[in-house]
Design a protein around this ligand. Sequence first.
Ligand code: NAP
Length: 614
Amino acid sequence: MTAPEKTARDPHLWVPQRKVEDLEWFREKYAAERDKRLPNTGADTFQAIDFEGKFASFDADPHATGPRTAPPMTADLDMLVIGAGFMGISVGVELKKAGVTDFKILDVAADFGGTWYWNRYPGVRCDVESYVYLPFLEETGYVPTERYTRGSEIFAYCQSLGEQFGLYDHALFQTRVTDMEWDEDTARWTVRTDGGDVFRARFVSTQSGQFSRPQLPGLPGVEKFTGHSFHTSRWDYEYTGGDSAGNLDKLHDKRVAVIGTGATGVQAIPQLAEFAKSVVVFQRTPTQIAPRENAPTDIEWFTSLPEGWHGVRRASFDKCAMDRATADCDVDDGWIKFAKYQLGAIYEAGGVEPTVEQFMDAMERSDYEWNEMLRDRVDSIVTDPAKAEKLKTYYRTMCKRPGFSDDFLPAFNKESVDIVDTATTPIERITENGVVVGDREYEVDLIVYATGFQMGRTWTDKAGYDVAGRSGNRLSKKFADGVSTYHGFLSENFPNLFFLGFTQSTQVSNIANLIDHQARHMVYMVAKCIAEGIRTIEPTPEAEAGWNQTILEHAEMRRDWNTSCTPGQYNNEGRIDDKRSTLVGGLYGPGYEYFDLLRKWREDDQFHGIAVTH
Ligand code: NAP
């Protein structure tokens, strides 16, 4: 294959300067890159970090100041909320707004924050504009300091939400649910925890957070390494020095290995590169890197935003990032620039009403053009051509989550930073001294696992507990091959238990907006039950089967795309018929279609599809 000819271009321009004519070259190249990864893929090639056992030390909380001090509790509650991340906070706020005050929020962490509690690795920031990412900005009047705020600021904001909305009084931290069981006579869930608590709750909301169970690569020898190692979500600043803003001053004489170059690796590697004696990055699939364009918040602009701006901006972002049918966007970032570029290409090909062929062709062509621009950008920044080549991505843009960074690529210009491509020659094992690839052992003092979180496992694996529903029905059994719900929220034989997150819901770039919609929808149901004396709700078998059918049809619509993509979270690591991953099981389309469906269902106020008992 001969690569298409390149022309000189300005690396800082966002608009691709080259038209792609020969689609075949790209198709073949992308397929070849995907095929390199396929033999070594699937959720089973990772190992879970267990709570007890071989890898338990990787799960230890480096942020808690000590073990839980609260004595074991026994309580009857209207509602138990499992998880104190954005979802738990949003549910707590909405419950209070609805006048429901008899609730508790549980979390394994020692504070609010969820993913932002755990992920304090150096360089951590949100990669969706904070003005659409952070919840309750209008209610709190909070002004994010930057367009892409630091993780420490987001964590502090979560704490301030806990304070402002009086949620700390409802919180029980450092507490892990161990099991849950439905009692038909009292119509309550009995929930037990590792802190010896026993809660009896009318309603329970649970989301086995997408990013709550860290994972290690499925490599032999991880436990044999005699140097230091940790997962990025349990960063050990005792060892590295510094904090999430950097200054890792204890690494000056340390040789560091980083495994993983997803969104986390992209943010942490520049910090390690700046402070460590040497860094070797083990990369299996590169992340697409577009400019970050961070900036301090323009206070004048922010304070001039009209009432209701936040919901409008969030909706606009979702619509513009996912829907190639509009150019009217409030946000203008890398997500939207790409969407707009595609929209322009579609318009050019077929005007306002393109044929399906024109639409598909323009989408594909413009995607290649966009990636050509980003590959050129790698060449213009990374001076060593061999390193640059390894950092170029050859897959369609939304096959993996795009990255935005201004310091990741320049980090590879340091002589002390090396990159090892493990796509063709995978890491073979971890030894007591370091990492083995092919016939070389890379000796290091520290291994940082930036290897992400369990996504492709069953719901109960990720949650870490099982649920016994009506007549002893086990959730581990019901969800063994994927979740089964009505609208993503409720499942037959598990009354009054709400599932939140990516459970047959939808897919969005801004998960915080999904959380907001889900919290409001669920609290509507809970408040209606309490107000109308409804004892139990669960889907009718027909309604649940109907939703499952819809989800299956959407999965089929996505099949060709998923098959063409390199393995990753979005296509269940290339195993598209393994339905365990909740990420591949949502509606295929812009998030607002799902949000509209929920809104209309609430407006009907009939609990359509739900079996109700009084
Ligand atoms: P991730 O996206 O799952 O990335 C894991 C990385 O580990 C990938 O690069 C993967 O390579 C690599 N890996 C796994 N096993 C390997 C092996 N045996 N050898 C070599 N490499 C291996 O995890 P993450 O970066 O922690 O991100 C997790 C989620 O959090 C993502 O959805 C991400 O978007 C989100 N996140 C968001 C932000 C933000 O908003 N700022 C920041 C961080 C993370 P492959 O790609 O080849 O599988």
